[in-house]
Design a protein around this ligand. Structure first.
Ligand code: SF4
Length: 445
């Protein structure tokens, strides 16, 4: 049975031209995903096989976790490895043995490739299968690449989940149809979705990745999957290779996105329109009310997206349709037309879309537009702020729980805060000028 998509989207940007650029880019690498993934799969460990730069990236991004029981680390590739003097495979095996001796709680170990491990052509898939044999029945050892040569920052999660798909157990051929929700979600968001689906009578729901490596969801011909994140191209391909069928839907950001996303699942499982409305309406009303106060502050403001997380198009749709913001350019590192077809159709017609990056050219376009706010990576935020342009760090939108009804207002608030901060800074500046004037007046008297 195919889900019936009830979205009456206007044509929007479904057929809009896309500016494709392949130049210098300013985007985090896929290692960044470790920061949210290590919190999700709680008995997994991520061992980056990389340089001190890689170690600094994940340590500074994850800061506080370093002092708790860490679930990630870096096996440093040093000059001896790079010069080919030391056998990097032996070194890696030694590091893994020592780690697993010290940490018997680790049940799943990811060897994460980086730029340096690629440069010295260290074969991590062979290392993972070699070490898996050594630790058979104790630890599952997998590998994926988070290298900046191959991935942008959310693609690390995609690569990690794709590496997990072959590990999923198979379901029986005649098993009842099940729903798999795919993409790392904070536990609180996962619980909300599970509650809504249960209230509609959709019981056979699994989340991937799971909270524990012991609870991997089973997969087969009767699995239907809904993407919770728009950046899971390789994972989707791997799931289809195991027989699962994709349920096309918009993404669950904002009231509209969440409702249509849940509606696709409900339609699939034969939930009546009355029951669907009965379950979702109170949350829809509450979330719409909570958005109203943010709408007052955001309506009419213009926004420009630099490509970072692949969340740009769904977020732009939410900001335009539910908060009345004006979209100027919406850039994304990669545009998957099939996964984003409803999102594109829901974008206001005339929005400029771009894919990939040539950073200098894009900065010129942004300066010419002078938007009220820019969503970009950390590397571009400071220079743009120095030019008087408001910025929002793209990474904040990935780290913060922003999916679902209850989080819609929090998502809007992340943008409002930028304007509030700017207004406060302006006020502080005025106050300090006033204080200086008063002081010099007093000195003259
Ligand atoms: Fe830098 Fe590459 Fe390491 Fe990422 S993987 S921190 S881009 S060296």
């Amino acid at each position: 049975m195919n889900a019936v998509i009830p979205i009456q989207a206007d044509i929007g940007c479904a057929d809009a031209p896309v500016l494709r650029e392949r130049g210098q880019r300013e985007v985090f690498c896929g290692l960044t995903g470790i920061i949210w993934m290590h919190r999700k799969i709680q008995d997994a460990f991520f061992l980056v096989v990389g340089s001190r730069t890689c170690a600094h990236l994940i340590q500074s991004a994850a800061g506080v976790m370093i002092f708790a029981e860490p679930r990630f680390a870096t096996a440093i590739i040093d000059e001896r490895d790079l010069a080919g003097i030391a056998d990097a495979n032996e070194e890696l095996d030694r590091v893994v043995r020592r780690l697993l001796e010290r940490r018997p709680d680790i049940k799943m170990l990811f060897l994460v490739g980086s730029c340096p491990s690629e440069v010295i052509k260290l074969d991590l898939s062979r290392a993972a299968s070699r070490l898996s044999q050594e630790f058979v029945n104790k630890v599952r050892i997998l590998n994926y690449s988070g290298s900046g040569i191959e991935t942008t920052f959310t693609q690390g999660e995609d690569a990690c989940l794709a590496s997990l798909v072959p590990q999923l157990p198979a379901v029986e051929k005649n098993a009842p149809t099940s729903l798999m929700i795919v993409g790392c979600l904070p536990d609180v968001v996962e619980d909300q979705f599970a509650r809504h689906l249960k209230a509609m009578g959709v019981e056979n729901v699994q989340f991937f990745p799971p909270r524990s490596s012991k609870n991997m969801p089973a997969i087969g011909e009767n699995t239907r999957y809904l993407l919770a994140q728009p950046f899971l191209t390789d994972t989707a391909r791997a799931l289809e290779g195991r027989g699962a069928k994709y349920l096309p839907a918009p993404f669950p950001f904002g009231v509209e996105g969440t409702t249509e996303w849940l509606r696709v699942a409900a339609t699939m499982f034969g939930v009546s329109a009355e029951l669907f409305d009965k379950v979702t309406q109170p949350s829809r009303d509450r979330a719409t009310r909570a958005l109203e106060r943010h709408k007052e502050k955001l309506q009419g403001k213009s926004i420009f997206f630099f490509p970072d997380s692949q969340l740009e198009i769904p977020l732009a749709r939410f900001l335009a349709r539910e908060l009345g913001m004006k979209l100027t350019e919406v850039g994304t590192p990669y545009l998957h037309r099939e996964h984003l077809k409803f999102e594109l159709a829901m974008l206001p017609a005339g929005t400029s879309l771009s894919e990939g990056q040539d950073v200098e050219k894009q900065l010129d376009r942004c300066r010419a537009i002078q938007p009220d706010i820019v969503v970009c990576g950390l590397g571009l935020a400071n220079p743009l702020e120095a030019e008087g342009i408001n910025t929002k760090w793209a990474i904040e939108l990935v780290f913060t729980p922003v999916h679902g009804y209850e989080q819609s207002a929090d998502l809007a608030e992340l943008f409002v805060r930028t304007f509030v901060r700017k207004a406060k800074l302006g006020l502080d500046k005025q106050r300090s000028i006033l204080a200086k004037d008063l002081a010099s007046e007093a000195a003259c008297n």
